[in-house]
Design a protein around this ligand. Sequence first.
Ligand code: FAD
Ligand code: DHB
Length: 385
Amino acid sequence: MRTQVGIIGAGPAGLLLSHLLHLRGISSVVLEKRSRDHVERRVRAGVLEQGTVDTLVEAGVGERLLREGLPHHGIELRYDGAGHRIPFEKLVPGRRITVYGQQEVVKDLIAARLAAGGDVRFEVEDVALHGLETERPYLTFGGERLDCDVIAGCDGFHGVSRPSIPEGVLSVYEREYPFAWLGILARVAPSSEELIYTRTERGFALHSMRTPEVSRFYLQVPAGERVEEWPDERIWAELKARLESVPGFALATGEIMEKGVTPMRAFVAEPMQYGRLYLAGDAAHIVPPTGAKGLNLAVADVRVLTRALAAYFEHGSAGLLDGYSRACLRRVWRAQHFSWWMTTLLHTFEDDDAYARRLQLSYLDYVTSSEAAATTLAENYVGMP
Ligand code: FAD
Ligand code: DHB
């Protein structure tokens, strides 16, 4: 078998890359370890930057997103017994975010690839990368061989692509946080029209949503926490204790459809390429989810990689491919900083003393009262151009 671009991973990065390449007449094969059902049900991110929405719409996969996605023009920061709105329409006019589940994006992309006769293989075992330093790299899997011109490693943080790069090539920058997020999806109408990011002495909580009937919540919990320690009643009690910190706000509860614990970690591997292998999305970098940047970064990488591959296959020009990593890393590091900043602003750190807590509250007061500080938050949140 032969293709131009061998893509490992059918998450948002791999699927979008395959779709965008198809629109440019470039062939690809996507190899995914899990089943289609599994990747379509995996509940993860939900906040799409304007640039992400534009990319999906321009690529012809935004029809349902435009119909069902929820446009938001602000978020609330809640702390110390009061809520404060960060108004995007005033601070960053014309820019907004859209709430639409990552697994919906994945469903739309899979449907588009299959409708166009795309080659997406699920439940593929033992993918291995070979000949990355040569002009004829290839992939092996389940007893088969796929020859490629280029390989795209879109297989997430735990994939095989990044570990296939020889030792000593990559510089790794990382940070583990001493807490995790317990995320739930609940069959209940959102209790707020906009997202609420709450800082309390009990820890951080986030009220998000998916549809007018389905809400999404996250709770800061200790690192390594097991889902079994959180029966439904405990989750609702803790969400109420943290979110009902504002007088008059009542949290509606309902059936919990899904629960999971996400570790909080930051990670960047540089450069994002080696020979004929290009890494995109979580395969190259992870952010703590507080700034809602993970999925958006994956889409941004894929935009850059598509342009570079098009220049290479259409004109034989390798300049953009050579500069791929450098072109991505500027945005990646901005998102790293923003995610670290939002995380530090809103979570409780066990070793923080009373002084550190006062500093945190002072910064929150600044962000919610100074237009300059609020604009910093807003422009990063909706996505840098
Ligand atoms: P992924 O979505 O991870 O896709 C990689 C794909 O590669 C997967 O389908 C995987 O099965 C496949 N794969 C892995 N190894 C192999 C292999 N050896 N062979 C073949 N296929 C392989 N971001 C937010 O902004 N907000 C959130 O609330 C949030 N929650 C998250 C919860 C979890 C549990 C995780 C892991 C991430 C979360 N993120 C969140 C981050 C966001 O979802 C990711 O940034 C986004 O999924 C990145 O897309 P990707 O395509 O790069 O990687
Ligand atoms: C969601 C996830 C995030 O990480 C975030 O910052 C906001 C919303 C969500 O899943 O809805």
